[in-house]
Design a protein around this ligand. Sequence first.
Ligand code: CTP
Length: 423
Amino acid sequence: MMEGAGALAGRRIVVGVSGSIAAYKAVTLVRLLSERGAVVDVAMTAAATRFVGPLTFASLTHRPVLDNVFELDADQQIAHIELAEAADAIVLAPATANLLGQLAAGLVSDAVTAIACASRAPVIVAPAMDAGMWTNPATQRNVATLRDFGYLIVEPEVGTLASGLTGVGRLAEPPTILDAVERLFARAGDLEGLHVVVSAGGTREPLDPVRFIGNRSSGKMGAAIAEAARDRGASVTLIAGAMSVTPPRGVTVVDATTAAAMRESVLRAAPQADILVMAAAIADFAPARASQHKIKRSGANLQIELVPNPDIVAEVGEMPDDVRPFLIGFAAESDDLETNAAAKLRDKGLDLIVGNVVGGPFDAIGSDENKVTVFAAEGALSDWPMLPKRQVAERLWDLIADRYRHARGMAEGAETGRGRRRS
Ligand code: CTP
């Protein structure tokens, strides 16, 4: 896996610093980026300059700091526009609640917002604020809007805040932000030309016109996988069961809320796919009969007969080689993750399986974070900590892209999958 070795050399990166006590961590971030050969320009809001002096950044980068677009001489007037155009990436760290609000609303009031607004470069946002501000619905809505714009959010961490209280809102550590920047460059476009199908969410098996048997799946993991594939250049189809999150933009969404609908959609999409990721939580049983009429209260016990549903991913696993996509399943386990995941990998004919723990203190369902282990026939391939689901998705794609290319006998970077495989 390419962990960004040399990925930053010569890249133009603008670091936008806003007014948070965490601005001091931006100094470390700028140093780390510069050490890796990036050409770093720093833009600061007026509030940021009260926490860290512009001279600190100028000394590290050997370049002028943009801290006031309105007081520049004629030559510099357009410096922020030139920078916005020249930037390969923009990193906003720390990003205050105010900055998130301005970005979400498209407002421009200083060098940082001017560059972010004018640029078409990818934007990484690392928020930092008090826990109450972070969980405030307005902030969360602004973050969701920025995600929709395609901004990459490096989630704030749990820890001691400036207030002395403990909570979520602490700026991610500089190496974590650096990691996000390196990954951005290491992967850009590595799934270009590939058609990726992702199933996500839970299925609902109808009992009557108003009731169903369902599960707690939120679809967050599958949505993050689809979104990450989109950002890496794949054309993506998301086969969506019941989801509590909005599917990412720019992917084709096929609604499939029952196991039967999911089966039909997956079997139709699979032969056209280069890679199929089955993240959906599909019901193993369905009521033998769904009543046409609402089942009435009768006072007596109600027996529901459940019949097994077909194993969809196993059916794809049995497809002939010329139509079978590279196949990744999930294993949701409350016990014996490794043994059960290995059995599912084999029995369902998968190339890789992503094991995650459900139930108990590390329950992945509905959470914004997940701790997964990826298994191939030879055993565990990963040892990752608990991470935000988007970061899990990026790591999964690093691994899947690599394995896919090997399986198809392709050199790194030459990924015209379907043509090669089927010619
Ligand atoms: N899956 C499927 N069709 C089903 C059930 C599951 O394609 N009817 C897929 C899931 O999308 C997932 C993998 O199979 O990729 C494993 O799902 P999981 O629920 O962990 O396992 P099951 O096969 O249902 O086994 P069990 O519930 O007994 O653990």
